[in-house]
Design a protein around this ligand. Sequence first.
Ligand code: XIL
Length: 320
Amino acid sequence: ATTGLNVAAKAAGKLYFGTATDNPELSDTPYVSILSETSEFGIITPGNSMKWDATEPSRGTFSFSGGDQIVSLAKKNGQMVRGHTTVWHSQLPSWVSSGNFDNATLISIMQNHVTNVISHYKGEICKYYAWDVCNEVFNDDGTWRQSVFSDTIGPAFVPLAFQAARAADPDAKLYINDYNIDGTGAKSTAMYNLVKSMKEQGIPVDGIGIQGHLIVGAVPTTIQQNIEQFTSLGVEVAFTELDIRMTLPVTDALLQQQKTDYQNVISACNAVEKCIGVTVWDYTDKHSWIPSTFPGQGAALPWDENLAKKPAYDGIVNGW
Ligand code: XIL
């Protein structure tokens, strides 16, 4: 029988299992070969090349070459795409983050960015695709994160961005995405309340993206409960950036715990109908963002640095 992570997710009634990738990795032939297997990955996310610094490095000058390269690969493979991400405090070019604009000007800059980026990819991807319209708008205590957008526009930047996104592509699923909203807690409550108020006001929002940057042995036990609360708002939920890191060096015990942890996350998604799919933040430890961002940690993904499957791979299969 055909096996694979996407096959397993679909057999469980989900829409996909997917992975992030990044342009520099596309010269790694053995890597691209696994990336392109639709039995493993039904959807891919560009890890960097659709972000603001890549797509609008100077005001009004758009560049889509990196994102286009990943979309072309997805099309060639018959994969879907998650667009990531239009409005985020990080990886902004300095002309945006400078704080040089007044409220009305920054609103129009943001709307223009969302409109241009999402319009560029409109109709490119058949079947299903989604955009992380806003990313990481909250602090861990549930307060609004300080950013050029929240400072200048206030919390209204979120509904304004979603309205621009819907107008740019009515067929795209529009997500709000964040980390540390896996289990219940202050940040998840803030996300719940924001999406509830957006729904009540008729602001177009289709999904909550749970990034899922987790730690081996410390996966929250309230994930299913939290997803149930999110989906009760009438939105879908997806894990958008799942990885489960460990403090190095790798040991057999840590790999076994990681397998259990992956299985538990997948089971929680599996248990809730409107949890529609899971994306890992790249599939191999060879190309993970973790070691450079969290020194001393790594080995967070289901394939190791030699592109061999780890116990975590079986954990994912078992979780569906
Ligand atoms: C990361 C990329 O993987 C890195 O290559 C880059 O240097 C920094 O950003 N949350 C997100 C992603 O929403 O966009 C981040 O991606 C990881 C954390």
